[in-house]
Structure formats: C-alpha cells, structure tokens
Design a protein around this ligand. Structure first.
Ligand SMILES: Nc1ncnc2c1ncn2[C@@H]1O[C@H](COP(=O)(O)OP(=O)(O)OP(=O)(O)O)[C@@H](O)[C@H]1O
Ligand SMILES: [Mg+2]
Length: 249
C-alpha cells in the first residue's frame, strides 16, 4: 500500500477537493483506494461524498464507508461537536495512529489522507505518525499561497517524506460564454514555485463552478485534470498490479 498525504500550508485552497477527486480517479483506474479525512476540525469530505452515516464497528474495527468505489473514514464523523475545540495536536496524532491500525481497510493499493490545513505542530506529528510514502502540496497561484506551499515542503522534508509535487488549484477559468481562458489570480505561480523548489508541477486544476456545485451536492465527477493527476501519481508511485477489486457504485 502507498500512503499519500494531500496537504497545504493554507486553508481553503482546495485540499479536500483534490483528495476526494484523486482517490476517486485512482479507484476508477482499478486500484483499491482508501480515503481518510484527518481534518477533525473542519471535515468536508462527508459532504463532498454525500456521506450521512457514521462508520460502524465490527470486532473492534471501524468499517470504512464504501462510496463511489472508494473506502472512506472521516475522523470528524467519529468525534462529537464539543470535542474538537479542546483537542491538541498530539491527541489528534494519537487518534490518527489508532485509526491507521484499527480500521478494516482491507488490502489497499492507495491510501489518500486529507491533512488538516497548515504546517504547525499538529500537522508535523500527524505526518510523522502516518508513515507516508509521499505528499502532494495544494496551492493557489497567488504569491501569499505560494509562501505557504514552501513551508509545506519544508515540513515534509523535516520528516523525510518525499514531496511528489505541487497541485495548483484554481489556476484559471474557462468562460462558458466566450470560451476564453482567464487567469483570475496571478498565472503560473504553482509552476514557478515548483521549479524553484525543484519538484514537479503535477496538475493545474481550473476554477470550475460545476465542480463546486457537484461537490456541494455530494456527487463529485472526476474530470480530466484529476485523471491526469492520478496518472502522474501512478507514474511516481507505481503499484505492481491493481488489486482484485471491482468497482461497486
Ligand atoms: N477548482 C475549483 N473550482 C471551483 N471550486 C473549487 C475548486 N477547488 C475548490 N473549490 C471549492 O472551494 C471550497 C474550498 O475547497 P476545499 O474544501 O477543498 O478546500 P480545503 O483546502 O480543503 O479547505 P480547508 O482548509 O477548510 O480544509 C469548496 O467549496 C470547493 O468546492
Ligand atoms: Mg479541507
């Protein structure tokens, strides 16, 4: 199994969106894929995937929820409303470690972890405990977001986790009226920072209002940029053969 974290130095840049679509794209390519929403403070993956139920327990193991061909556990769904505020980084990290051991994931090919935003102690401990094989850093093209992407890279380097590359989200917008490409934010920032840091630019994801709506409805659709992202991940982190796993929708 390959464990991939999706991280960002900054909140709201589209980390959960990338994690969900990457996991779905890998599953559609025939790999048995798990998705862990480790963001206990603001879990958004249940909404994005239309998950309403809490995971069940069987023989002291958490049974992941099967949805759209992937296996999902959201740590946020297992906490109560008043709990998260008092939680500290190490407590979250311990919970994550328990999770990794006590969930009946089955024999996964790929395991995608949506980390909480930021590069503080909580994220550092999570990163250390999750025995990651690689990380993807999501950023938007503006310079302020890019500074945070650099911080993200440093965090992973500190714990010797290879950074697979940068995903630039909200890169551009194709107008449905005039079909022209508009660079809403400063263009090419992700590419520049990737070059500067010596890591690949894995994908440029356009601003896509259909995608926002689909995610709000809990019905995400894997579009071409995400398929290409999954292909790049597979190239960088090959799995010998797809698991004996058939999609069940
Ligand atoms: N490329 C995009 N086009 C349109 N909407 C997007 C795009 N990427 C993300 N969004 C929307 O922006 C919002 C924030 O995205 P998301 O929740 O993935 O960010 P995040 O980095 O995980 O945030 P947080 O830091 O709160 O965890 C969501 O409503 C999502 O649907
Ligand atoms: Mg998120």
């Amino acid at each position: 199994m390959k464990r991939i974290a999706v991280a960002s130095g900054k909140g709201g840049v589209g980390k959960s969106t990338v994690a969900v679509h990457l996991a779905l794209a890998l599953a559609q390519k025939g790999f048995r894929t798990g998705l862990l929403d480790a963001d206990i403070y603001g879990p958004s993956i249940p909404t994005m995937l239309g998950i309403k139920e809490r995971p069940s327990l069987k023989e002291n193991k958490v049974i992941p929820i099967q949805v759209r061909g992937i296996f999902v556990v959201s740590m946020g769904l297992l906490t109560t409303d008043d709990m998260p505020v008092i939680w500290r980084g190490p407590m979250v990290a311990n919970l994550l470690q328990q999770f990794l051991q006590n969930v009946a994931w089955g024999d996964l090919d790929y395991f995608v972890i949506d980390l909480p935003p930021g590069t503080g102690d909580a994220q550092l401990t999570l990163t250390q405990k999750a025995s990651l094989d690689g990380a993807v850093i999501v950023t938007t093209p503006q310079e302020v977001a890019l500074l945070d992407a650099r911080r993200g890279l440093k965090m992973f380097q500190q714990v010797n986790v290879p950074v697979l590359g940068i995903v630039e989200n909200m890169s551009y917008f194709i107008c449905d009226q005039c079909s022209k490409r508009h660079d809403i934010f400063r263009s090419g920032g992700g590419g520049r920072v990737a070059q500067e840091l010596g890591i690949p630019l894995l994908a440029e994801i356009p601003l896509d209002l259909k995608m926002t709506k689909a995610c709000d409805r809990g019905e995400p659709v894997v579009t071409e940029p995400f398929q290409k992202l999954a292909d790049k991940i597979l190239e960088e982190m090959p799995r010998e053969k797809p698991g004996e796993f058939h999609l069940r929708w």
